[in-house]
Design a protein around this ligand. Structure first.
Ligand SMILES: [Zn+2]
Length: 164
């Protein structure tokens, strides 16, 4: 059992489907303060931060954006929290075949839903490319997440009756 305080094991992923990306991130930060709707500031875990210089923002689709005013990259920040870039993105529990069907119960193809999913996957890809461009270290979880984005877009295309 967990008897010691730990940033890297257990807690963050332990439960359940209500655990959103923003919850995961805020849970691990210190001196978190809400500064508006979907916006927080906190101590940056990636450098020796004395006053909160990390801005956290949750986008409408649930993606978490991190900005350290001292210049730390998102990959450094999440790795200091024992998380990976993939933890900044929502929806990873959704089954691939659900794309374009509005969820597991609906049958007919829903273009709006499929396009929403694709737009989200493209956002994921952009954030990862930005991290690479900044020279952040990109871990294998993140690369796996990028591969998942490609798979999901292909699956949406298949579900729409397109080419494999
Ligand atoms: Zn920093």
């Amino acid at each position: 059992m967990q008897t010691r305080k730990s940033r890297t094991t257990g807690k963050a992923r332990s439960n359940d489907s209500n655990d959103t990306a923003i919850d995961r991130v805020l849970h691990h930060l210190d001196q978190v303060k809400s500064i508006g709707t979907g916006k927080w500031q906190a101590l940056c875990p990636a450098h020796d931060d004395r006053r909160p210089s990390l801005s956290i923002k949750a986008t409408n689709d649930g993606t978490v954006l991190l900005k350290c005013w001292a210049g730390c990259g998102a990959a450094e920040i999440v790795s200091a929290l024992g998380l990976s870039l993939g933890d900044l993105f929502p929806g990873d529990r959704r089954n691939l075949q659900d794309y374009g069907t509005g969820g597991p119960t609906r049958r007919s193809f829903d273009y709006q839903d499929a396009l929403t999913g694709i737009a989200h996957e493209v956002t994921v890809a952009r954030l990862i490319v930005e991290a690479v461009n900044r020279g952040d270290e990109v871990d294998t979880d993140t690369l796996d997440r990028l591969a998942l984005a490609e798979t999901r877009i292909s699956d949406a295309l298949s579900a729409a009756g397109g080419a494999q």
